[in-house]
Design a protein. Structure first.
Length: 290
């Protein structure tokens, strides 16, 4: 077994099609077929179920895929480490950030980092906490900003901030004058929510499950500006981090009677290699948060 065959195998598993995989690998389709058969002969297991339109992994293939991704990621990490010993930097930080933090907490930090390190590239991926965790584990991201709760063992975290989750209503809403709000009153209202996978939605789902509420979700979107506009026009209410309401006009934050605080952390793979650029970014963010 060699890394070239593992690369071919992972690409085919991801595309589920010989033609698409060969195109991504820039090789001929027959060459790819021969390589996969060679790998199967070496392992003495079939790795794919084959049919005319689509292929899928066998049980043995699914087991190999987990190991193959880790092996290829470790090889990539080793190449980066060796390059940096020669005085080179990876030159890029791939960061996953949830929508609320990406819009209101990180812009100034990212611009400050770019000013200090103008030669480094920042690639920002907007996604929910669950997706960011998985992308970190799969090696698709270097760093990710996540809700620091139920973190997988394979991830290392560094606390950044603690922010309160509040109900958010329009200035003309009948709840706007209240000093606080109970969960029961909150869930009587029409709601606009992020889709599952975001810590905002995780909070809502956990409260509903523990208190046996059935939420009236009238709108579901991952577009934060749309959520805010729906709230402003009094079509529904939502629950957002308090830091969002500090920058937005036309909406009123109402703390919950049972205060809800979320711990936000930076995360990365424990056994993954952090480049000089990644480490510089972590140090910079930590200083800004202090």
């Amino acid at each position: 077994m060699n890394t070239r065959l593992l690369t071919y195998f992972v690409t085919l598993a991801e595309t589920e099609n010989f033609t698409r995989a060969a195109k991504r690998l820039h090789i001929a389709q027959p060459a790819l077929s021969v390589a996969i058969k060679k790998l199967e002969q070496q392992l003495e297991f079939p790795l794919f179920h084959r049919n005319e339109r689509k292929i899928s992994l066998t049980h043995e293939g699914e087991v190999l895929l987990k190991h193959a991704r880790l092996i290829l990621q470790q090889i990539n990490d080793a190449n980066i480490a060796m390059a940096e010993l020669k005085g080179l930097e990876k030159g890029e930080v791939k960061l996953g950030v949830p929508s609320m933090l990406g819009s209101y907490f990180f812009p100034e930090i990212l611009m400050g980092f770019k000013s200090q390190y103008p030669n480094l590239k920042l690639t920002i991926i907007e996604a929910g906490t669950q997706s960011i965790r998985q992308m970190l584990l799969d090696g698709e991201l270097d760093l990710g900003v996540i809700h620091n709760e139920d973190v997988p063992e394979r991830l290392e975290t560094e606390h950044l901030i603690t922010s309160q989750m509040v109900a958010v209503v329009s200035e003309g809403h009948h709840l706007a004058s209240q000093q606080d709000i109970g969960f029961e009153d909150f869930f009587k209202e029409e709601l606009v929510m992020f889709k599952p996978g975001y810590f905002h939605r995780e909070f809502i789902d956990e409260v509903c499950q523990s208190h046996h509420f059935i939420p009236k979700i009238s709108f579901e979107t991952n577009l934060l500006p749309m959520i805010l506009n729906i709230v402003r026009h009094n079509f529904a209410i939502s629950a957002l981090l308090e830091l969002v309401t500090e920058h937005e006009k036309g909406v009123i934050p109402i703390p919950f009677k049972q205060p809800v605080y979320l711990n936000i952390a930076m995360a990365w793979r424990k056994n993954g290699y952090l480049s000089l650029a990644d480490r510089a970014f972590i140090d910079f963010v930590k200083k800004q948060c202090k």
